[in-house]
Design a binder for this molecule. Structure first.
Ligand code: GAL
Length: 375
């Protein structure tokens, strides 16, 4: 299990750089993160590892009073082959075990990117009598149907990673449902990508023609993360007074191989006119890098490359200059918050209907700290 505490200090630093990221939850998450960071700072001066162990022990002790060993948790992941969700579910599994759930009572299933498959899995979990469900929906637009199925069976529900729409979240509050969402505000990650470019000495304008010419490689467009990252990365450039030109906008579905071929096509068409390649996640940035190198171009000299997630490999690339920057999507904090929310429901307590988390900008300046945190 990874230590969440040491990351909170980094998160708090990022939050302070983040004026006006547009989240309705910003004030609340800032306050929470700052408080947590203060707590972390206090303990860090003593012994970080001891502090993390103590925090886990306290969480386990609190959870233990509900006798979690007998509780069954069902976890639905939209697709196991997704790099980021693999980190998320691995951490979720080990954190649930550290809280006292028995491994045989934790069931994690692969929706194989098919909503019908996932809906069946949810139905099976309900029939088998799980005590709580943690769901990463295949389609966020199916959330209302999923919520109705699960709440009709009186099972509390924690959504993760793919945020249902505002109307659906409002319904949980209006109808006092034991349903919550744990995730980050994707607008923040897009904004950070744009800011990394705007902070470069040439502000992304490699050829000096007065504008930044970019291509956008999007994740699954049904997903609000893809929509917001696409919109807010470019908005951050414009907000910094930079003129932009979109040369291409393609859907790579969060996938490395798809992104590689899309960026190869785009490079064949636009060549050195492309100054920035924005990818909605790091898996696609890894694919983009393969295409850039195959075209004989160099990141940092011919083109800038941005991703999101802070996958280990992408961070190594940031360190060696093969990727300009990324944004840490904190799977440790998100998976722990999701498990903690599930435990609260099992203890008969309530949760807020939105549990936020902050992204962290990653450049050469802090990549070593991020890599150290990732372990
Ligand atoms: C995003 C993440 C992507 C992908 C997606 C799945 O938050 O950045 O890499 O995992 O979630 O919904």
């Amino acid at each position: 299990m990874k230590k969440a505490l040491s990351l909170l200090t980094v998160s708090a630093m990022a939050v302070s750089m983040l004026a006006g990221c547009g989240s309705s939850n910003t004030a609340a998450t800032t306050a929470a993160t700052t408080a947590a960071a203060t707590e972390a700072a206090k303990t860090e001066t003593a012994a970080p590892a001891a502090a993390a162990t103590e925090a886990a022990t306290t969480a386990a002790a609190e959870a233990g009073s509900t006798d979690l060993a007998d509780k069954k948790v069902g976890v639905c992941i939209y697709q196991f082959s997704d790099n980021f969700m693999t980190l998320f579910r691995t951490e979720l599994q080990s954190y649930l075990e550290s809280l006292g759930f028995k491994p045989e009572n934790i069931s994690i299933v692969d929706g194989a990117n098919d909503q019908a498959t996932q809906t069946n899995q949810i139905q099976n979990f309900i029939t088998s009598g799980v005590d709580v469900l943690i769901i990463n929906p295949v389609n966020s637009s199916s959330a209302a149907t999923i919520t109705d199925m699960v709440t009709a069976a009186n099972i509390p529900l924690v959504y993760i990673n793919r945020e249902p729409d505002e109307q659906e979240e409002k319904r949980w509050a209006d109808e006092n449902m034991n349903v919550t969402y744990v995730g980050c505000d994707a607008r923040q990650s897009g904004t950070m990508q744009g800011e990394i470019v705007a902070d470069l000495e040439n502000k992304g304008d490699i050829n000096g023609d007065g504008k930044v010419s970019y291509i956008m490689i999007e994740g699954d467009p049904e997903n609000v993360d893809a929509q917001y990252r696409t919109e807010f990365s470019v908005k951050a450039l414009k907000d910094a007074g930079i003129e932009v030109e979109e040369l291409d906008d393609q859907v790579g579905n969060w996938d490395q191989a798809q992104a590689q071929s899309l960026v190869a096509n785009s490079l064949a068409q636009h060549g050195k006119d492309i100054e920035v390649v924005f990818c909605n996640n790091d898996a696609m940035a890894l694919g983009a890098l393969q295409a850039i190198e195959a075209a004989g171009e160099t990141v940092g000299t011919d083109v800038y490359l941005l991703g999101v997630d802070a996958l280990q490999e992408a961070c190594e690339n940031v360190k060696t200059g093969k990727q300009t920057g990324t944004v840490f999507n904190d799977h440790i904090s998100q998976s722990h918050s999701a498990a903690d929310a599930a435990v609260k429901y099992l203890k008969g307590e309530t949760n807020d209907h939105y549990i936020g988390c902050d992204y962290v900008k990653v450049t050469t300046a802090n990549v070593d700290d991020i890599l150290a945190s990732l372990g």
